[in-house]
Design a protein around this ligand. Structure first.
Ligand SMILES: Nc1nc2c(ncn2[C@@H]2O[C@H](COP(=O)(O)OP(=O)(O)OP(=O)(O)O)[C@@H](O)[C@H]2O)c(=O)[nH]1
Length: 395
């Protein structure tokens, strides 16, 4: 192989290691910059990335070993490292989908890695023939990538960008495995040391692809979680007030286009007494129970917002205020049938309801204010009742 070719391979390897180092460091810094302590899932992902980087580092070390002429050892070790790398990618994907990495899985991986090492040792020591080693390596490397591909396909969530990036990376890895060896190996016609570098280069390129895909998907998940955390009330898992005002213009547009939308303000009755008698924890449990019952009754197109302490706001598309009555009566019945069991005691939960229609061109604050006035009236009427804003009707 020409000196210039070896030189360009060396710089490519160094470049891959550098890219990998920057990507891993950026990922670690990103995790560290998140508010609060990393959770168990993030900690496991951090460990995994450290392992990934270690294998890359070892692969680079193997590349350096050519200077002390341990060709046989380097070939075997390099292939083992590559296989470990793609299996780490597979484990990273399992962690991402919160799937267990059982001892059986680890056992199969170890068997495959050691089996490949033994075969490589045999074919290198006995035949020293790249034409036998190559199909063996290609076949072995394809197995974890194929398993990973089918795992992502099984777990794929519609519209999830992270899943799509991972699928793309595995497809690219599958295509590159049979392409890179011939391209680097045969076109450059390397000698023994050159072959070693070709192997290291292929290893690093593919692993950079895998780790890059995995890092992107993890970052996507984290951003997605941060975004949804910012819009969700932690205690009840309902949307928060911030989210309501963010999406309010969309509801106003829909009303402008002729759709009926009603707003319902609900307030749990005598919640302070509940807190005082059973404690704040019981109050929290009541709020979670109340929100869970609302989710049980309402559809995905309705919006449930925790508007204040014990106050919830429902946005019901497709409903006029009068049409919300049967729904709210159903909810009242559900509350009666489902008292909260708290430390052996049944806590009865009741609420009052104020309903107002959202009108075209009307400020959403004004609509909430009208629902609030109706709610005030419901409280004044003795609680556990529904009051409609415009009609003043009660149930
Ligand atoms: N446990 C718990 N209590 C809360 C939370 N947020 C607000 N509260 C309490 O909710 C109570 C609301 O009391 P009030 O506004 O007097 O309402 P109420 O007792 O339900 O009376 P009415 O609405 O008139 O039936 C206050 O004691 C707040 O401390 C929360 O997140 N958890």
């Amino acid at each position: 192989m020409a000196g210039a070719d070896i030189g360009s391979l060396q710089s490519s390897i160094l470049f891959s290691v550098l890219v990998l180092f920057i990507a891993t460091t950026a990922y670690l810094l990103f995790i560290r910059s998140l508010p609060g302590q990393p959770n168990a899932h993030q900690r496991r992902a951090l460990k995994l990335f450290s392992w990934f980087f270690l294998t890359e580092f070892l692969a680079y070390l193997v590349y350096c070993l050519r200077f002390i002429d341990l060709y046989l050892f380097s070939v075997v070790f390099n292939n083992m490292l590559y296989l470990c790398g793609v299996y780490l990618f597979y484990c990273g994907i399992r962690l991402r989908y919160q799937l267990e990495i059982s001892l059986r899985v680890i056992g199969w991986i170890a068997l495959h890695v050691l089996g490949l090492a033994a075969a490589m040792f045999w074919f290198t020591a006995v035949y020293n023939e790249i034409f036998i080693r190559l199909p063996l390596a290609l076949g072995s490397f394809c197995i974890p990538v194929l398993i990973t591909f089918s795992l992502i396909r099984q777990q794929q969530r519609p519209g999830n960008l992270g899943d799509r990036v991972l699928l793309l990376c595995t497809v690219a890895a599958l295509l590159l495995i049979p392409l890179l060896y011939p391209i680097f190996g045969y076109l450059l016609k390397p000698d023994q040391q050159g072959q070693l570098m070709v192997m290291t280069l292929v290893t690093l390129t593919l692993e950079t692809l895998c780790i890059g895909g995995l890092a992107i998907s993890y970052i996507y998940d984290l951003i997605d979680k941060l975004r949804s955390d910012a819009n969700t009330d932690k205690l009840t898992q309902s949307s928060n007030r911030r989210y309501f005002f963010k999406v309010a213009p969309l509801f106003q547009q829909r009303v402008g286009a002729g759709e009926n939308i009603s707003l319902v303000l609900l307030d749990i009755d005598h919640f302070k007494q509940l807190n005082d008698r059973y404690g704040h924890q019981a109050g929290d449990a009541v709020l979670r129970h109340f929100a869970a019952l609302l989710r049980q009754l309402l559809s995905n197109t309705d919006l449930i917002v925790r508007y204040g302490g014990e106050e919830f706001l429902l946005v019901l598309p497709g409903y006029t205020p009068a049409q919300t009555l049967p729904l709210l009566q159903q909810f009242q019945a559900l509350l009666r049938q489902s008292p909260l069991l708290y430390e052996g005691e049944e806590l009865a939960v009741r609420a009052s309801y104020g309903v107002a229609a959202l009108h075209a061109g009307q400020d959403i604050d004004h609509c909430v204010h009208r629902a609030d006035l109706a709610l005030y009236q419901a409280k004044a009427n003795g609680r556990d009742t529904v009051v409609l804003d415009s009609l003043g009707a009660t149930s």
